[in-house]
Design a protein around this ligand. Structure first.
Ligand code: MLC
Ligand code: AMP
Length: 509
């Protein structure tokens, strides 16, 4: 009996003392040592009664041990549910409860705050810290270093990743073993990864980009990763010469370009720079080429679909485009009103179908039916056109979504918090251009009466409820919101009005 995801990503490296994770301090963890730890964790998890198909929710700092917990979950047939470390206890409570997680793993320093969350959801609680501290590692040490891999099939679920929605309620995207495996194999081939590659890994491992694209591809190729806890400019510069590839959000690239130490010489050993998760400005692509002589490869994906398109590895990487549909992925541009396929050159919504497309939203059949057609096409909500050469150009979004530094922020979630505050009649949250994060959050607020509510009180309310990265960077008070004849708030007008708040033309900084 096999477990395709475990066998392909991890199992075949068992016992191999080849380098897998290079640490900032110069130490290296081999594939063998990594998989022995994963096996200990898998033994521990099953000893606690976790069975194939059970959910394990984790909100832990990026570390080799955190990644081993992912491997352990796959080996034990569990459904891995990683959560952004910035989420507040209120946000986490929803995910743990909604997913029905049997076990929740948090950082040791947040135990007091998150213990009631686990208890409220009927989940067991363990801890794992960034220095291999916490209850999980303490217990794992006494378990055997090999584990009888749980049999799984390609269609079995491997992960839940929650994505927010336009209604403000997050949905658990159910990803199967095949979804992850097919995509990783395709990208590994397309981007020509081999066991000689060293990936400079600075992305978080609670999202598709850092966990599935970056990590799974490296594992399939048998390569290694410089595994940094996060994006730190000095560490990026220091580790670039020993790396061959990097994956990042556009903010990584603008920050690197802002540093004079980032030169063609520094990138001399690098063969591939990949960008995605948010639109990259053409000027960034051009400036990068001018500085390094290399062209960034931009690709396009989503939590629900993994990766859908990519610029070519060989051939023209066209700035301002996300390239072509991946092998095995069907892509069409449709009329948002009728669903009819549009001819090339016309703007419509991207729909995709293929082995990469998820199974649906956990316990939300109506929402699944709204976005995943019966014929298997997923309606992405991204607006695009296809040019005469077949390149896909993303031109906007049909969904009300802000992407800040590669993190998705749904305005509705923030509006619900603001509208609940005393003195607020209504609010509209918009994304405006930002030099570092691409877009950032601005809240336009209509007070209830004559007196303006205190900005501090409003910010403190959002601080309690939602993660820091989603909180408005500016509040604007106004008498009324612009509306169309149907009564719908015209956010495009607000974006036009406040669009230069953070750019050189504006002042907010
Ligand atoms: C951090 N902050 C952010 C932020 N990240 N605010 C808005 N947007 C963000 N993305 C906050 C911090 O809490 C802090 O708040 C302040 O901004 C400054 O922090 P910083 O030190 O400058 O941030 P940093 O830690 O350097 O993080 C920035 C970043 C990080 C860009 C490196 O956000 C990041 O790694 N983003 C990658 C996201 C990602 O992996 N997305 C993939 C999604 S998968 P304070 O308190 O100081 O004001 C997907 C599918 C696909 O989309 O296609 O890939
Ligand atoms: P997420 O739900 O976090 O997976 O974010 C997916 C969304 O990120 C997509 O629907 C797009 O709107 C956006 N996205 C990802 N890659 C790109 C890209 N290369 N260019 C523009 N938008 C992108």
């Amino acid at each position: 009996m096999s477990n395709p995801l475990y066998d392909t990503l991890f199992g075949r490296h068992f016992g191999q003392e080849t380098p897998f994770l290079h640490h900032a301090d110069g130490r290296t963890t081999t594939h063998g040592a990594f998989l022995r730890l994963a096996a200990q964790l898998a033994n521990l998890l099953t000893s606690r009664g976790l069975e194939p198909g059970d959910r394990i929710a984790v909100q832990i700092a990026k570390s080799p041990e955190a990644l081993a917990l992912y491997a352990a979950s796959v080996q034990a047939g569990l459904i891995f549910l990683p959560l952004n470390t910035a989420y507040t206890a209120t946000e986490v409570a929803y995910f743990v409860q909604d997913s029905g997680a049997r076990l929740f793993v948090c950082q040791p320093d947040r135990t007091a705050e998150l213990e009631p969350v686990a208890k409220g959801a009927g989940a067991m609680l363990e801890t794992l810290g960034s220095d291999a501290d916490g209850s999980l590692m303490r217990q794992a040490a006494s378990f055997p270093q090999s584990f009888q891999t749980c049999p799984r099939q390609g269609d079995d679920l491997a992960a839940f990743l929650y994505t927010s929605g336009t209604t403000g309620r997050s949905k658990g995207a159910m990803l199967t073993q095949n979804n992850l495996l097919s995509n990783a194999k395709t990208l590994c081939d397309l981007w020509q990864f081999t066991d000689r590659d060293v990936l400079l890994h600075a992305l978080p491992i609670f999202h598709t980009h850092g966990l599935f694209v970056a990590t799974n591809i490296t594992l399939i190729a048998g390569g290694s990763m410089v595994f940094l806890p996060g994006f730190d400019l000095d560490a990026m510069i220091a580790n670039m010469p020993r790396s061959t590839a990097m994956m990042g959000v556009p903010t990584f690239y603008t920050r690197l370009l802002d540093d004079p130490r980032f030169t063609a010489e520094l990138t001399g050993n690098m063969r591939l720079f990949v960008s995605g998760s948010a639109p990259m400005l053409t000027e960034t692509h051009v400036a990068f080429h001018k500085r390094t002589g290399q062209r960034i490869l931009e690709r396009y994906g989503m939590t629900e679909t993994n990766m859908n398109t990519s610029n070519p590895y060989q051939g023209e990487r066209r700035a301002g485009t996300v390239g072509f549909p991946l092998p095995g992925v069907e892509l069409k541009i449709t009329d948002p009103a009728t669903g009819a396929t549009l001819p090339d050159g016309e703007i419509g919504v991207i729909e995709v179908r293929g082995p990469n497309v998820f199974k649906g939203y956990w316990q939300m059949p109506e929402k699944t039916a709204d976005e995943l057609r019966a014929d298997g096409f997923f309606i992405t909500g991204d607006l695009a056109k296809i040019d005469g050469d077949g390149y896909v150009h993303i031109v906007g979004r049909a969904k009300d979504l802000i992407i800040s530094g590669g993190y998705n922020i749904y305005p509705k979630e923030i509006e619900l918090v603001l509208d609940d505050q005393p003195g607020v009649k209504e609010s509209a949250v918009i994304g405006v251009p930002h030099p570092d994060f691409g877009e950032t959050v601005v809240a336009v607020i209509v007070p209830e009466g004559k007196d303006q509510p205190s900005a501090d009180a409003l910010l403190s309310a959002t601080n309690q409820a939602i993660a820091r990265f989603k909180q408005p960077r500016k509040l604007i008070f106004t008498d009324e919101l612009p509306r169309n004849t149907m009564g719908k708030v015209q956010k495009n007008l607000l974006r036009d009005q406040y669009g230069d708040l953070f750019t050189s033309a504006g002042k907010a900084g």
